[in-house]
Design a protein around this ligand. Structure first.
Ligand SMILES: [Zn+2]
Ligand SMILES: [Zn+2]
Length: 383
């Protein structure tokens, strides 16, 4: 699969250690940030328990037991207080510690982990606070551990430049889950004419694994072309450029994306799922796989995938998609499998090489507002 440009001089990426942003044991930052993170998540969780109709996701509620999660909330709250107290013992980053403790005390004042759990009246539109908390905790634990155990760039720190921007994108993408689903369902309703009950019955009669593979291929075909259009249609590029403006890839970087792209991508990928009509088990397996792979491929990890790299999109493959180097521009569009890039001649996987530079060739605004408005400013300029 070596698709190498023989005329191009591949270089090694140099990452300087940013000592100011580095988290070191004993300097209070780790305790401070953990206290704030757990305090903020606890407060959000308590609010979600108090107002589940407005702050939880109907689809996600079916998959977890709200009462059992209160045990985790309890530990989260006590650990927030513990880490907040640590900053005072260390006499460093006490402001962060005070903020974490204050958030947790507010969570306690609102009922803490003892808010009664009852039946929930579902609302069509809600904020996915539960989705945000669970996804953030799960992703942070799994992927930060992976990046620390098998880093590609050892000097890249967890709180690298612009992590705050990407964290805000992460929050938006998860909070807006029900709005995204409403829009995606509305979008697929236009394809009801193409639904065949007998075809869907045949699909559902297949083993779950076969259904999963079919969904993966069909979804990737749509994602490949949707992604390619975002790159190759001049008017669409400024929307997608926001995703490419990130210059240090890690588990949080993939969250950066203009809301127009987030909404349209989900709506488009829903079409093959809707037409195939697979069983719930196959659909859930795909959703979980796609969510994990989307984070993994942006990770700062050198983890080897062996022969799997000939089948699936891996971090190296997608890192090349984010490279600003000439041979990699407009390549590696696939989201799940490498097959469509290989078939349509857009693959760039130069052996063991990794990119030396990431980002867009033309710089984008650094502020989140500037990035949201970027398509409008770019369209006006190109008029
Ligand atoms: Zn792209
Ligand atoms: Zn990406």
């Amino acid at each position: 699969m070596a698709k190498q440009d023989p005329s191009y001089h591949y270089q090694q990426r140099q990452v300087e250690l940013d000592a100011h942003r580095q988290l070191r044991i004993g300097d209070g930052k780790i305790s401070g940030y953990l206290s704030v993170m757990l305090g903020a998540l606890s407060l959000l969780a308590v609010l979600a328990y108090l107002f589940p109709s407005y702050l939880t996701t109907t689809e996600l509620r079916k998959t977890y037991d709200a009462e059992s999660l209160q045990h985790i909330l309890k530990y989260g709250m006590y650990f927030s207080l513990f880490f907040g107290a640590m900053t005072h013992l260390l006499k460093k980053c006490r402001r962060l510690g005070c903020l974490g403790i204050s958030l947790t005390l507010l969570a306690f004042a609102l009922g803490g982990y003892t808010v009664p759990v009852g039946p929930v009246e579902p609302k069509a539109l809600s904020l996915g606070v539960d989705w945000l908390i669970l996804a953030f905790l799960g992703s942070a634990v799994v992927f930060v551990t992976l990046e620390k155990l098998y880093p590609k760039y050892k000097n890249q720190v967890i709180l690298r430049k612009e992590w705050e921007t990407d964290f805000l994108y992460f929050c938006f993408n998860h909070l807006a889950i029900s709005a995204i689903l409403i829009y995606a369902n509305y979008h697929v309703s236009h394809f009801s004419w193409a639904v065949s009950a007998s075809f869907q019955e045949t699909i559902q009669s297949l083993p779950v694994f076969v259904q999963f593979v079919l969904i993966l291929v069909a979804a990737d075909f749509v994602l490949y072309w949707e992604h390619r259009l975002f790159h190759e249609v001049k008017a669409l590029w400024p929307v997608h450029a926001v995703h490419h403006s990130v210059e240090n890839l890690d588990w949080l970087a993939g969250s950066r994306g203009h809301f127009l792209q987030v909404f349209s991508e989900r709506a488009m990928v829903m079409v093959p799922l809707y037409l195939l009509g697979p069983s719930e088990a196959a659909l859930n397996a795909y959703v979980a796989f796609a969510a994990l792979q989307a984070v993994l491929i942006h990770c700062n990890t050198r983890l080897h995938f062996g022969v799997l790299k000939y089948i699936f999109v891996t971090p190296q493959f997608h890192h090349w998609h984010h490279s600003s180097e000439k041979p990699a521009i407009d390549t590696n569009y696939s989201a799940h499998l490498v097959v469509f890039d290989w078939l349509f001649g857009t693959m760039h996987m130069p052996g063991k090489h990794w990119p030396a530079n990431y980002g867009t060739t033309k710089p984008l605004p650094k502020s989140i507002m500037g990035q949201i408005l970027y398509p409008i400013t770019a369209w006006k300029k190109n008029k």
